[in-house]
Design a protein around this ligand. Structure first.
Ligand code: ZN
Length: 454
């Protein structure tokens, strides 16, 4: 296995006609060196290519192995996060689908069905985890700069989708500063080849329109929550500058395509190398206890099988109710009704009668069988107990000296608000969609490592 490099093109500028030439330049460079890339298209951009009679570019895109969807209109207000910030989660999922579906259809009709979604700018939203399967896009191709989940050189599953937030190995901005930053950009790829482990992923992020312009197309029109009364194209670089930038991009691809130790992949090829999302095997209580004692409640690989925090709770409940070892767990997703501010655990050392703990285990098993979700709480006696408190109590039953707390380590996989891209310059000033962050923490119950086929 090598280090895997992904090149993602975000093709989004539907206002500056010359941006089409930037797209033509990157496609030509990629074709010249037979380099696989992933092409994320904004719905309004494919429409503008059609209205500019660029059937040649639409046809070339249609031949690419990985087409993505980069939202219907990217930075138009309200952007995705602005639209979903104050809605209840389920309503937000419906809203995501309603507003984005026409864009998916445009991309499908004019280029081909998109396999992945990339958030526009800082608009990573947890509702995508539920909306994307319904839009037939099983991959969320995010990046270290914009994801709410921590940067990871390893693909992960969250709910039913594959999620990528690889480290980004490009200068920021990249294409806009070509050719001046060409050497730096190539050196960054050499560093990735040296520092990463086999099977790690990293990515290159390119906005083709930057080869043509001196400012970001959306900053010109949609900054700080406001929209220009007349949309205007981004200011252009001089003809000479544009040619030099395009030549520098060609030189960049020529250099990086031959760096040893890196295999360049499009996102579908990467996904095809992964074991499909499945249910791991039931573990015995001693193994479960040992794992939680050393790693807390979070994504973990045990005996080559990948478990989410939710899987570990269900495995514990099933083991306690006497399910046979080695059977497959039921598919389990994050709880619907769980808020992380309630993650404080009740006083430790508290013991419960075994019958009470077992009744909680049966509630969990029944709930998962019926809904394929972890319950957020169980009813023990007359009181509602959070799922993590049940887990702590259950483990304490058979290992009273080793597990007085159950750290919720899956929450470590969600960035803290001050690390999120809420300062994206298109958002209104002081935009703080805390509800999106809270729902991300809830969904992280289902987060687990994806694994390569052997
Ligand atoms: Zn974008």
């Amino acid at each position: 296995m090598s280090v895997y490099g992904l090149i993602r093109f975000d093709i989004e500028d539907f206002i500056t006609p010359e941006s089409d030439e930037g797209l033509a330049a990157v496609l030509a460079a990629m074709e010249a060196f037979d380099m696989p890339g992933s092409y994320g298209l904004v719905g309004k951009k494919v429409q503008s290519l059609k209205s500019h009679h660029r059937e040649d570019l639409l046809a070339k895109l249609g031949k690419q192995p990985s087409i993505g969807f980069h939202s219907l209109s990217h930075s138009e207000h309200p952007t995705l996060s602005e639209d979903l910030a104050d809605r209840p989660y389920e309503e937000g999922v419906e809203r995501f689908i309603a507003r984005e579906k026409p864009g998916v259809q445009w991309v499908t009709e004019l280029v081909g069905p998109p396999a992945y979604f990339t958030q526009p700018g800082g608009n990573w939203v947890p509702q995508a985890c539920d909306a994307l399967p319904q839009l037939q896009m099983p991959i969320f191709f995010s990046d270290a700069w914009n994801s709410y989940l921590v940067t990871s050189p390893q693909p992960m599953w969250i709910e039913d989708i594959l999620h990528l937030s690889p480290p980004v190995a490009t200068p920021k901005p990249f294409a806009m500063n070509l050719p001046d930053n060409l050497e730096d950009a190539v050196a960054m790829i050499h560093r990735e080849a040296q520092m990463r482990r086999s099977g790690d992923i990293f990515m290159v992020m390119v906005h083709p329109t930057e080869l043509m312009t001196t400012k970001f197309w959306d900053a010109v029109n949609f900054s700080f929550g406001a929209t220009n009364s007349t949309l205007r194209p981004a200011p252009l670089r001089s003809r000479t500058d544009r040619d030099q930038a395009a030549r520098a991009f060609y030189a960049y691809i020529k250099e990086i395509h031959q760096i040893s130790g890196i295999e360049w992949l499009d996102v579908n090829s990467l996904a095809n190398r992964l074991v499909p999302l499945g249910a791991p095997r039931l573990l015995d209580l001693t193994t479960l206890r040992t794992s939680v004692a050393s790693h807390g409640l979070g994504p973990v690989v045990i005996a080559d099988e990948s478990y989410s925090a939710a899987d570990l709770v269900v495995a514990t409940a099933l083991s306690m109710t006497g399910a046979p070892l080695g059977t497959r767990l039921p598919r389990v997703r994050a709880p619907r009704d769980w808020r992380s501010e309630e993650n404080r655990q009740s006083a430790d050392g508290e013991r419960m009668p075994i019958d009470t703990v077992l009744s909680g285990a049966r509630q969990i098993v029944n709930h998962v069988e019926k809904t394929h979700r972890l319950p957020g709480t169980v009813i023990l006696g007359t009181s509602a107990v959070t799922i993590q408190d049940w887990m702590r109590t259950a483990l304490a039953q058979f290992a009273p000296h080793t597990t007085s707390t159950v750290p919720l380590t899956f929450l470590n996989f969600v960035k803290e608000p001050n690390a999120l891209h809420w300062d994206w310059p298109i958002f209104p000033p002081d935009f703080r969609p805390v509800g999106l962050w809270e729902d991300t923490r809830r969904l992280a119950w289902s987060l687990k490592y994806s694994q390569y086929r052997t």
